[in-house]
Write a protein that binds this ligand. Structure first.
Ligand code: EPZ
Length: 418
């Protein structure tokens, strides 16, 4: 097991460069098998989720050539076979192979993990979309067999603007006969990045980034070159860390509009920001931080993936703040550990109420999930003394070189295997 140790209460100064978006990458790598030729993707973050997906590609006899922050994927000799549980259970996003294999071969066979820690994480909307395209879905002891004689374009309404379902249906529909319309589609920037990738291959997708996406089926998808967008959640996490202890901290390679909701909240809290074309610098947080409320929502609302690190900032704000989580039913597992560090937080139903400011003191804490782990890092950086974060593997799934990036701006942070 990996453990991160942090000596806190230090000011961080300098520049942190943001890597490619995890939540785009985990869709782009499965989507790459749709080409009949070769796909080159650059700005790929070197995180364990990328490794896990490349392992699945190799299982399917896909040629994978990785170099620094890029991957060349050649599926010419791939074999469509069952994806075993040992591979698919490493990350939820392995489910994108369902849509990609269905879209390419009209058949997908894979084991699929149960709910993840932040909620039940059902995939009923994904499966409803596949069925609307003409596929049948069977589930035999958690192994899904999805197959179709023919995939035909359909009008699909998503009851929830699901990121995963929107992308998975796009993958299944790109080579279907006729036109597919996805209504109430999710609008996250990662969806636009995937649609652009597919269009670079020769697909015909319009409307990505709006709530109505149109996919006109095509016969052939050719080779292409593509770049992963910067990770808005990694960026938001470091911007929050800058607000906590930047002096000043520049977060570079950012698309500011992708973190608009966060930046507005920080300005509401009277945190001094300099927002450039592709960076955000936290200039000062000398003023007393003003308490505020957030309610997570689908893009462009406040992202659920930032509510956990943002809660740490609210522990330092003057007064009462509220965090309401509307996307996941179990995304407050970081709260007990923040309280152990000294925070004053109470949770009732889907709302956490934070009274600040409270000084934080180093403790032994656990990373219960990826973004809870990010919250532990943020808290540890301002806590007095040493904090030890176990289960740090969770953090490495979504934050490329987090130890190196924080060390470079003055943090005392180490990681070890125990
Ligand atoms: C993506 O998950 C992200 N993961 C999540 O980030 C993020 O929290 C989430 O979108 C919301 O923004 C990836 O992109 C790999 P959803 P996804 O389908 O696609 C319900 C992180 O920390 N739902 O938009 O799984 C679901 O239960 C991760 O990087 C159904 O009911 O999220 C949830 O309540 C965590 N049926 C809501 O919709 C379905 O078939 C939104 O889920 C699908 C989803």
């Amino acid at each position: 097991m990996k453990v991160i140790e942090i000596e806190g209460n230090r000011k961080l100064e300098g520049t942190i460069r943001i890597s490619g978006a995890k939540n785009a990458t985990v869709a782009l790598i499965p989507a790459a098998i749709l080409t009949d030729e070769e796909a080159t993707i650059c700005n790929v973050p070197e995180i364990t989720d990328t490794d896990a997906l490349c392992d699945i590609l190799k299982e399917l006899n896909v040629k994978v050539n990785r170099s620094t922050e890029s991957v060349v994927i050649n599926p010419r000799e791939m074999i469509n076979k069952e994806i075993e549980e040992q591979f698919s259970k490493k990350l939820r996003a392995s489910y994108y192979f369902m849509g990609a294999l269905l879209g390419k071969y009209k058949k997908a066979e894979m084991y699929f993990p149960g709910g993840c820690s932040i909620g039940a994480r059902p995939i009923d909307l994904h499966l409803k979309g596949f069925e609307a395209l003409g596929a049948t879905v069977r589930n035999e002891n958690n192994k899904y067999i999805v197959e179709a004689k023919e995939l035909k374009g359909a009008n699909i309404y998503l009851d929830i603007a699901s990121v995963g379902a929107t992308i998975n249906i796009m993958l299944a529909a790109v080579k279907a006969k006729g036109t597919t319309i996805i209504d109430n589609a999710a609008k996250e920037p990662e969806i636009v990045n995937v649609a652009t990738f597919l269009n670079n291959m020769g697909a015909n997708i319009t409307g990505a980034g709006t709530s109505t996406i149109k996919i006109k089926g095509v016969e052939h998808l050719h080779q292409c070159f593509h770049e992963v967008i910067p990770d808005r959640i990694e960026a938001g996490t470091y911007i929050i860390i800058g607000a906590l202890c930047g002096h000043p901290l520049k977060v570079d390679n950012v698309i500011p509009e992708h973190v608009d909701s966060l930046l507005s909240k920080l300005e509401e809290m009277r945190i001094g920001l300099e927002i450039g074309a592709d960076y955000v610098t936290i200039i000062d947080n000398n003023e007393k931080l003003v308490a505020t409320n957030i309610k997570t929502a689908v893009y462009p609302g406040f992202p659920t993936d930032l509510q956990q690190p943002f809660t740490v900032l609210l522990t330092q704000a003057n007064g009462k703040s509220k965090v309401t989580e509307t996307i996941w039913e179990n995304r407050f597992m970081h709260i007990p550990y923040l309280k152990a560090l000294g925070a004053n937080i109470e949770v009732k139903n889907q709302t956490a109420t934070i009274i600040g400011p409270t000084p934080l003191k180093g403790e032994e804490v656990i990373a219960t999930d990826l973004r809870a782990g990010a919250a532990m890092v943020a808290a540890a950086l301002i806590a007095e003394g040493k904090t030890t974060i176990t289960n740090a593997e969770h953090i490495l799934r979504g934050y490329e070189q987090i130890v190196e990036k924080l060390t470079a701006v003055g943090a005392k942070i180490t990681i070890k295997e125990i």
